[in-house]
Design a protein around this ligand. Structure first.
Ligand SMILES: Nc1ncnc2c1ncn2[C@@H]1O[C@H](COP(=O)(O)OP(=O)(O)OP(=O)(O)O)[C@@H](O)[C@H]1O
Ligand SMILES: [Mg+2]
Length: 636
């Protein structure tokens, strides 16, 4: 295995020229693929791709939306075959009509959307589906299914219908189904997009275990840079080509190059460089927080009591907000004197009430969304965010408690639900559940047509909304919705909601699957809409990072309840508690928490790297030497 790992990720040709070419290798040589090959005006989705992956190796694949990652994933797994160049799996060419099924068996693909993968209604059937199709003996199928279910920690859900599982849980079922095929390579296409950060971390640990212990070669596609820091190799794609590759240290150290590719190096790398530029003896290519912590130790002032300072429970100060659960308007919330646009009082909901699968997803939830405010509901998976969204939009009726819209009880007979739905635009967690039409332009105009908006006006709005989400109108209006990349679909779903010009926008994890630049653009768009249209925003997320610099008020949910609430500042003071709940923190926050273990009293509620650096510098011992670093480093 060690030998195999040593030759892995050599460009394919070099590997072949080597004397000891291992039989087990996934080799890609000069591959090109163009959708709609008859139309040569369409640029290839991938081109000139050459790489090799050995069993036991983990390769991270990064790149902007539409850069060709999923297309490459499908080529690696034989779902697509290259129009030029070759993909060879353990000696089998995926174009070989006789043996290609063997190649497809060797490379398992976990799709970007788990629902594209799940076929049956029950967990066991789904995991068994692949091995059954391989015609394996019953006992072997049983062993593989048990093994995969255990590995993905799905045992508690054996009896739950698949459509009652959360997206993250369905993602794990999809992965278990692939593992049960016992592939030699596994390609995971953005598996963490739909997962809350703690589960994403677990998934990386599982993939690492599969690679190290079972010798599975893994290709892991992600937009989250920090997920790839421990991988063996990282590839960054741009416009169908590999634009940058190497070890994580090499790739993430190429700060400027990454930025030009629309990606940002991890905060630890950026901070290391800044500190070095200020004269501290820190390696500029540090990529792990632990590395920086070790290097900072000599500069940390002595303090006896630093040990547990940072690890305090909610309730100790600030954000525990006495108003939690009382429904009283929080004083710090804007517009608290007017009736809120939306309000929940003691809202409870039980999914599948009266069945053995009954589960209380909302539990006496009190919340207020004042007009013009940005209110975030932050909580781990299954904390009730999506159910709350459905209640706010009257998609489901509360079990107990009430939802008010502009002061009117939405549960009263005669309440105009249509009016509510027009006023509150919703962007659902999965863009697939929102995109109803086959053509992009038609999909965005869907609501406008129902509203009988004149054609010219509809067209203008569609153009405006497409451009607003970063999709050029001429290029995208006639595209088939099924033929969009994951991130492009997300953008179309957002454009569709914007087209209705809602007074309130309710968003469920809207930036999942967007590349970092797309995320930044989306946030800028929401800011602009709030400024120009006084939009009210309700934002559901498992990641505090998404909303930290925009939210006026944050409700932190756990198991359908508000566990604490407050302004961003107040909530940020509870980082350790948020981390324990499994809520995603920004890279800067996570780094601050790590650094706080050596730098006493560091302000961990910093929103960005500038603030963290400034606070850190006030607490570190003075730098031992005057900076010899270049101006470029200092400017980072
Ligand atoms: N079935 C298809 N038919 C036509 N074009 C397609 C199809 N699937 C993808 N494309 C186009 O090919 C290009 C690459 O898409 P791909 O899905 O590989 O990107 P990606 O890097 O996975 O993006 P994302 O991060 O958004 O998932 C994009 O321009 C996309 O619109
Ligand atoms: Mg993709």
């Amino acid at each position: 295995m060690r030998l195999l790992r040593a030759v892995a990720c050599l460009p394919g040709r070099e590997a072949r020229a080597g004397k000891s070419l291992p039989l087990h290798m996934l080799e890609v040589t000069s591959v090109e693929y163009r959708y709609g090959r008859e139309n040569l005006d369409t640029p290839p989705a991938v081109t000139e791709i050459t790489l090799a992956i050995a069993p036991g190796q983990i390769v991270g694949l990064l790149g902007q939306n539409g850069s060709g990652k999923s297309t490459l994933a499908k080529l690696l797994t034989g779902v697509l075959t290259p129009q030029s160049g070759t993909v060879i799996v353990d000696g089998i060419d995926t174009r070989d009509r006789v043996h290609r099924w063997e190649a497809r068996r060797l490379v398992g693909l976990v799709f970007q959307n788990p629902d594209d993968q799940l076929i049956t209604n029950t967990l066991i059937d789904d995991v068994a589906f692949g091995p059954e199709n391989l015609g394996l003996p019953r006992s072997e199928i049983q062993r593989r299914v048990d093994d995969a279910i255990k590995l993905m920690e799905l045992t508690p859900y054996l009896m739950t219908p698949l459509n009652e599982l959360s997206v993250g849980q369905r993602q794990r079922v999809a992965i278990a189904g692939v593992l049960a095929m016992e592939p030699r390579y596994i390609v995971l296409d953005e598996p963490s997009t739909m997962l809350p950060p703690n589960l994403a971390e677990q998934l990386i640990a599982t993939v690492t275990q599969l690679a190290r212990e079972r010798g599975i070669g893994a290709i892991y596609i992600t937009h989250r840079m920090e997920e790839a820091v421990s991988f063996d190799h990282v590839l960054v794609m741009r416009q169908g080509r590999i634009a940058l590759e190497g070890t994580p240290r090499k790739v993430f150290g190429a700060v400027e190059r990454l930025r030009a590719l629309g990606l940002e190096a991890p905060p630890v790398t950026l901070l290391s460089r800044r500190l070095r530029a200020r004269g501290y003896d820190i390696q500029p290519d540090s990529i792990l927080a632990e590395e920086l912590v070790t290097q900072l130790r000599p500069y940390a002032p002595e303090k006896e009591t630093w040990g547990n300072v940072m690890r305090e429970a909610p309730g100790s100060d600030g954000a525990t907000a006495d108003s939690a659960g009382t429904g009283a308007p929080p004083a710090s919330q804007p517009g608290a004197t007017q009736p809120p646009v939306l309000e929940t009082r003691k809202l409870s909901f039980t999914h599948l009430r009266g069945t053995p699968f009954a589960q209380q997803t909302l539990n006496e939830l009190d919340s207020r969304i004042p007009r013009g405010a940005f209110v975030a509901f932050v909580g781990p998976t299954r904390s009730g965010k999506s159910t709350l969204l459905d209640c706010l939009n009257a998609i489901i009726k509360p079990g107990r408690g009430m939802v008010f819209y502009n002061g009117a009880d939405t549960g009263e007979p005669g309440f105009d639900i249509e009016k509510l739905r027009l006023a509150v635009g919703v962007v659902y967690q999965s863009p697939d559940s929102q995109i109803l039409e086959d053509i992009v332009g038609k999909d965005i105009a869907f609501g406008l047509i129902r509203r009988k908006t004149p054609l010219a006006e509809s067209r203008r709005i569609v153009r405006e909304c497409l451009e607003a989400v970063g999709l050029p109108y001429e290029e995208f209006r006639n595209r088939y919705t099924y033929a969009l990349s994951g991130g492009e679909k997300r953008r179309v779903a957002i454009a569709g909601a914007l087209a209705m010009n809602p007074e309130t926008l309710a968003l469920d994890e809207p930036t999942a699957g967007l590349d970092p630049q797309g995320r930044a653009e989306f946030i800028a768009l929401i800011r602009a809409l709030r400024r120009e249209r006084a939009l009210t925003v309700v934002y559901m997320t498992s990641s505090l990072d998404d909303v930290a610099d925009m939210a006026d008020y944050i409700y932190v949910l756990d198991a359908g309840k508000v566990t604490f609430e407050g302004t961003t500042r107040e909530v940020m003071r509870q980082l350790p508690a948020l981390e324990r709940l499994g809520i995603g923190l920004s890279g800067v926050s996570r780094l601050a928490l790590e650094l706080a273990t050596v730098v006493p009293d560091l302000d961990t509620s910093c929103l960005d790297l500038d603030a963290l650096e400034a606070d850190l510098l006030t607490r570190l011992l003075p730098a031992p030497r005057v900076s010899s670093a270049s101006g470029e480093e200092a400017a980072l």
